[in-house]
Design a protein around this ligand. Sequence first.
Ligand SMILES: [Zn+2]
Length: 197
Amino acid sequence: MSKAEELFRLICEVKGSSLNRLWTISLEDFVEDPLPGFQYEPKAHWEARVEFSDGKVVVYLGPKFFDLSPESRKWVIAHEFAHELESSLTPEEVNLLLDKVQKEEIFGPLAKDGTIALGPNGQYLPLECATETYAMMFDKEGDELLKKRWPKARRFVAELAAKKGFVLPKKVLKDYPDLKKFYKPHRGYSVLSLLAG
Ligand SMILES: [Zn+2]
């Protein structure tokens, strides 16, 4: 089973049975009866983290996740799944991204020390910003914000996704007709669209 199939299976399984549980479940209830594909990490300082390995995907949830509102939890999970794109980048693709961050300021103007001053992700790390850009495309308001504030990043990440076989929302694909020739999605099947509901 490919990563994408595994993801798809996981999401369908979770969504079909109890994905909605994840948006409101308490920490105590989760520990007692965790959702398939998700694990609790009591010592974590982060909200969630995802691991893609050997065709398996596991989402680890830290204590902070359970303090979030249902809407924020959805965002966190969408972001974690969007990491599959970032984790598939070659060193050349990462360098191209870093180059665009510096020269074209695709995530907005840089701070004096050369870091991203105000990008789409709070951590201001280029790979985190790229991940958040990909996740935001699947959300109506998120995508509008991308178009307004980080249009170059939207275009660049869409191109990366298309060329690497990741799924793109129809609306995004429509804006970049030249990407259609590359577009043969075989990874991350609609996982984010499913999460967006
Ligand atoms: Zn992240």
